[in-house]
Design a protein around this ligand. Structure first.
Ligand code: 13P
Ligand code: SF4
Length: 338
C-alpha cells in the first residue's frame, strides 16, 4: 500500500456488510449525487466500471479531468499513482480509491532513494519521468510525461539537452528511437503486463488472421513494437482502431480496453494479444483488477480509502505535473465519454 493512501476508519463498512439485494449501480449513482462525487476510470478497468464512470480516459486525459472538475469528491478507479495525481492537482477535493493496494510494477521498480542517487549522479540531465511513479519520485523530477505526451515534450527540448528517463525502459527505448535522442539514460523498470506478450504468438495469430493489424502500447518490449502496425497510448490505440478502415485488430495492451473498442465499433473484431503460452490471461493488470463495483460502493459509503499527502510533497510533485500539462498537446479526441 502506498504511503499516501489512508485506510477507512475501523468502524467503516466492509464487503460483508453489503446487502445482497442492493442494486449497486443505482446506489453508486445515488451516493455520487448526494456527495457531489464523480467517478474517473482508466481504460484498463473492468467494463462494468467503465460503463458506470463519469469519465473514462488515458493517464493524460484523467489528469486533465481531475484538474478541471468541480466535484467535491473524486473516486478514482485506476491505480494509486493516478489517484495521487488527482489529489496533487485538486488539494481541496476528497480523493478516494476502491482499493488501497492497487499499485503498479513500474512505480515499485523506482524507489525514492535510488531515484535520487541516480539523479545526483547525472547533474547535467533533465529528468523526464513517466507518470507511473510515486508522488515522491515526481517531486524529484523536472517534467512528468505520459505515453500520449512524452514524444511531443521530448521533441520540444533543446537538442543538446541530455535526458534521464524513468521508470519504464521499454517506453524509454521507444521514445529514444522515435525522437532520435541518443543522450537518454533509461531507468530499468518494466510493466509486468506489457512485458508478457509474445511476438512469436502474435505472428502466429496474424497468420490465422492475415488482414489483422497489430496495435500495441509503448510499454511493450521492442520485439512487440517491431511486429506492430501502430504503437501508442491507450487513447492513441483507440483512435487508431476507430479510424483505420481495417476490420480486425490484435491489441497488445491490457485487455479491458477491448470493452471501449467493442462499444465504439461493434462491427470490428478485436483479438487480445497472446502471451508466451498462447493464452491472453497475462494481459490483465492485477492491480487494476483489484477494483470492483462493491469496493466502489464501499469507498463512497466510507469516504475512504483516501489519498492524502503532506503539503510540501504535494507542492513538489505539482511543479513537474504542471509542466506536463503546459507542454502536452491537446490531441484530437483523446477523450472518450462513457
Ligand atoms: P496510458 O493510458 O497513458 O496509455 O497508460 C497506460 C498504463 O499503463 C497506465 O498504467
Ligand atoms: Fe502499472 Fe502495467 Fe498495471 Fe499499467 S498495466 S498500472 S503500468 S502494472
Amino acid at each position: 500500500m502506498s504511503g499516501t493512501v489512508t485506510l477507512s476508519n475501523p468502524s467503516a463498512k466492509t464487503l460483508d456488510d453489503i446487502d445482497f439485494g442492493l442494486d449497486l449501480r443505482v446506489e453508486i449513482k445515488r451516493l455520487c449525487a448526494e456527495k457531489n462525487a464523480i467517478i474517473l476510470a482508466h481504460y484498463y478497468q473492468d467494463g462494468e466500471i467503465q460503463d458506470l464512470a463519469d469519465f473514462v480516459g488515458d493517464s493524460l486525459d484523467l489528469s486533465r479531468k481531475a484538474a478541471a472538475t468541480n466535484a467535491d469528491m473524486i473516486l478514482f478507479s485506476g491505480v494509486t499513482f493516478m489517484a495521487e495525481v488527482a489529489k496533487i492537482l485538486s488539494p481541496n477535493k476528497t480523493v478516494i480509491v476502491p482499493d488501497a493496494d492497487a499499485g503498479c510494477s513500474l512505480e515499485d521498480s523506482c524507489q525514492t532513494a535510488e531515484f535520487k542517487a541516480w539523479r545526483d549522479a547525472h547533474p547535467d540531465h533533465i529528468s523526464l519521468t513517466y507518470v507511473n511513479c510515486s508522488a515522491e519520485v515526481k517531486a524529484l523530477s523536472d517534467v512528468i510525461v505520459t505515453s500520449s505526451s512524452a514524444e511531443h515534450i521530448i521533441n520540444n527540448l533543446p537538442k543538446d539537452q541530455p535526458i534521464l528517463f524513468a521508470p519504464d525502459r521499454h517506453l524509454g527505448a521507444f521514445l529514444k528511437r522515435k525522437t532520435g535522442r541518443d543522450d537518454m539514460v533509461l531507468w530499468p523498470g518494466t510493466c509486468i503486463v506489457h512485458e508478457q506478450f509474445s511476438a512469436r504468438e502474435i505472428s502466429r495469430l496474424k497468420t490465422r488472421n492475415p488482414t489483422a493489424l497489430v496495435a500495441s502500447h509503448p510499454e511493450c518490449p521492442d520485439s512487440i513494437v517491431e511486429v506492430s502496425d501502430y504503437v501508442g497510448s491507450t487513447s492513441g490505440i483507440l483512435n487508431f482502431v476507430n479510424d483505420n478502415p481495417a476490420t480486425t485488430f490484435i491489441v497488445a495492451t491490457e485487455q479491458n480496453i477491448l470493452h471501449q473498442m467493442e462499444k465504439d465499433t461493434p462491427n470490428k473484431t478485436f483479438l487480445a494479444a497472446p502471451g508466451a503460452d498462447g493464452s491472453c490471461n497475462c494481459a490483465i493488470c492485477p492491480y487494476m483488477a483489484l477494483n470492483t463495483l462493491e469496493k466502489i460502493y464501499l469507498a463512497l459509503v466510507n469516504e475512504g480509502p483516501r489519498v492524502e499527502m503532506p503539503e510540501d510533497l504535494r507542492m513538489g510533485a505539482l511543479k513537474p505535473l504542471e509542466r506536463m500539462l503546459e507542454l502536452a498537446p491537446t490531441a484530437k479526441s483523446d477523450q472518450n465519454a462513457a
